[in-house]
Design a protein around this ligand. Structure first.
Ligand code: MLT
Ligand code: ZN
Length: 465
């Protein structure tokens, strides 16, 4: 049946999409049919590489007419299975759409194709004397279309906000094959529903982002990075409060002692300091004027006196800052070989210590034999819980065991009015749990919106809702 469906879809593409690059090599089907998650096997019919908006519009119109399921594929760094094609879908890769189309110095906007890599946007902005502030570990390979489709967050959210806050305009091909031009880069636009925001974070379920206009900001002043050994969860939030009230923080991240051990092992990093602690914080603060570094050191002294912090180091150069960031940014890559089961949770910032303490208790009672690592963006209330797969356990069994505890984890999250996905998206993996974070009425309205833009359910079917 699947082979028959795949052949049928392939022949539709070949007949109706003249000139479109179509690839069915097994290695490409495997690589482009999935993201960074390792819990589903990719099985697409083909991978196509459009080069223009017109090619995408024609492709979706053909898919609409013949009911062909389409899955968008960007840098494939997603962590919720949002870009997995495991049911004979046609994967639409944006690898051939990597042009930066326009820079407007007055508007401070950059207009880009969806396949432009996040890091290239940051570099291009810097060449213009400006700054694209969305930053995260996968920025070297993730693409802007995927960033927008998942409303990517990362390490600078507490200072600059999310990808959503950078999107000035969008061109989208919806599930009917029609081009929608949303907001045109306007700062003010009170002309009804802002469709742009529906597509941001929609995980490709309403349409494909085919062009984006992004707002850039002033380049940041010089900064320093501190890595602190903190004595516990409450203390971590006390440290946050003090530093956030006193300085301009551009990041406030945490990692547990176990995460520190894995990142050091994975990347061969030395111990950052002599003291070992249950948690570490990596914070960055801006130094717009002289004397800020002294103020930061006074904060550090206060933290030591209060017993919140046990030890710490501060960067004295850009190189040292980058070295300190590796302890936080290197974690995800370092633990990938252990097939981590990821939960990406968020609560209000002030609830972080109580929530994390409750969660830690819950997880330890359910997974006494598993290693559980914590890290995340404490400064915006986002915690990443990673359970590592024991070496000899089959992936299916591991996923099943982890899945059994999810209802408890998500019930607890619901009791804090938190979210079961802060920045990784719902995709395939978290879809069964959506009702823990969105009400019945919410989900019904979301289905209604989906039906408007994608009435035949051809856009990334089976994901999110
Ligand atoms: C991170 O914060 O490091 C990323 O969201 C990736 C991850 O959670 O592994
Ligand atoms: Zn993250």
């Amino acid at each position: 049946m699947t082979a028959e469906l795949k052949n049928r879809r392939l022949s539709i593409l070949k007949t109706h999409c003249a000139g479109l690059e179509i690839n069915t090599e097994p290695a490409i089907l495997e690589s482009h049919g999935c993201d960074w998650t390792r819990f589903r096997k990719p099985d697409p019919a083909a991978v196509v590489f459009p080069r223009s908006i017109d090619e995408i519009a024609n492709l979706v119109a053909v898919a609409f007419e013949h009911q062909v399921a389409l899955v968008p594929s960007g840098g494939r760094t997603g962590l919720s299975g949002g870009a997995i094609a495991d049911s004979a879908e046609v994967v639409v890769s944006f690898d051939r759409m990597r042009q930066i189309r326009d820079f407007n110095a007055v508007n401070r906007t950059l207009t880009v194709e969806p396949g432009v890599v996040t890091h290239s946007i940051q570099e291009y902005a810097a060449q213009q004397g400006l700054y694209y502030p969305v930053s995260f570990a996968a920025e070297g390979s993730s693409q802007i279309g995927g960033n927008i489709a998942t409303n990517a967050g990362g390490i600078r959210v507490l200072r600059y906000g999310l990808t959503r806050d950078r999107v000035a305009g969008l061109k989208v091909i919806d599930g009917r094959g029609e081009l929608l031009e949303c907001n045109h880069g306007l700062v003010k636009n009170a002309s009804g529903y802002d469709l742009r925001h529906l597509f941001i974070g929609s995980e490709g379920t309403l349409g494909f982002i085919v062009e984006a206009t992004l707002w850039l900001v002033d380049p940041p002043p010089p900064s320093h990075v501190m890595l602190l050994a903190v004595s516990g969860l409450e203390a971590m939030m006390d440290v946050f409060r003090l530093f956030n009230d006193t300085l301009v923080l551009s990041a406030f991240e945490c990692l547990s002692a176990a995460a520190m051990a894995y990142v050091r092992k994975g990347h061969g990093l030395p111990a950052p300091m002599d003291t070992e602690s249950p948690f570490y914080v990596v914070l960055e603060f801006e130094c717009a004027e002289p004397g800020v570094e002294d103020t930061a050191l006074q904060c550090f002294e206060k933290c030591l006196e209060a017993g919140w912090v046990e030890d710490g180091v501060i960067s004295q150069s850009e190189g040292q800052a980058a070295d300190l960031w590796r302890y936080r940014e290197g974690i995800s890559e370092a633990i990938t070989p252990y097939t981590p089961y990821k939960n990406d949770l968020s609560v209000r910032i002030s609830d972080v210590p109580a929530y994390l303490a409750d969660l830690d208790k819950l997880v330890n009672s359910h997974y006494p034999d598993f290693e559980v690592l914590w890290y995340g963006h404490v400064g915006d209330g986002n915690l990443h819980m990673n359970i590592l797969k024991p070496e000899n356990m089959p992936v299916e069994k591991f996923e099943d065991i982890c899945g059994r505890v999810n209802p408890d984890v998500f019930s607890l999250t619901r009791s804090y009015n938190g979210s079961i996905s802060a920045e990784h998206g719902i995709g395939l993996l978290k879809k069964p749990y959506l009702s823990y974070t969105r009400s019945k009425a919410d989900i019904e309205r979301m289905r209604g919106i989906k039906a408007v833009f994608d009435p035949l359910n051809i856009m990334n079917p089976g994901k999110l809702i």
